[in-house]
Design a protein around this ligand. Sequence first.
Ligand SMILES: [Cu+2]
Length: 264
Amino acid sequence: MKQILKSIILMCLVILFSTSLAKAHFLVLIPDSDNVESSKREVKIETRFTHPMEGGPNMVFKILDSGALVRGKKIELEWKKRLIPSMKGSSKKVPMYLTILKITKPGVYQVYVDPEPYFEPSEEKYIKQITKVLIQAFGLEEGWDTPIGLKAEIIPLVKPFAIWEGNTFKGQVLINEKPARNIEVEVEYLNTKNIKAPYESFITQVVKTDENGYFEYTIPWAGWWGFSALGDGGAIKGPNGKEYPLELDAVIWVKAYPKPKEVK
Ligand SMILES: [Cu+2]
């Protein structure tokens, strides 16, 4: 009997740890296309706060600020809220947001979302993930490596809307406009194919920035990939007046296009 009790307790501990440690939160920001040709005048964009590789749970979040920057001009985005189940089949509903970006002129549209800090009780801290995605319209490609002045931002060093699977993505992390050295960058695949990780450790891959804030990662297969650089945002006060650390993350989403079948 004691033996059974022991193993039950052990199992609970394993479950507790595996659910609280392995999962990385990601603000997902995905357009229906990152290359817009002249026949298309609208890009649908959706955003949610989730665990992309595991397909959930989706979490509650609010957008503080957002926009699309094109050649120095800001386009305001109006988001429609939609309630989705936290997990497949669950009765708990959380918001996701949808918008339509009107493409009026050629250029690189840098779309960003700056969310309200999210309190993570298991880690006793706030997390704020400022997220961006880049869209090229009508063949004008300049400006994809221009920072847009976010408090946490990944500057791509590889043209982000022209990546094949197997290409290496490279970026520089700026936190408060300074290169963030020696920090972790979490990498997750937006798992639309129900791929199973061989071990929990594979759900979130991790690379580190060097002394100048640069990191790189070779994208193993096609799809949308998120990079979240975990920065230090100091501390903020919670509703109870107590101070908590703020994890200030810079997130970028890039799409890797499948290898042409002729060369596979
Ligand atoms: Cu979460």
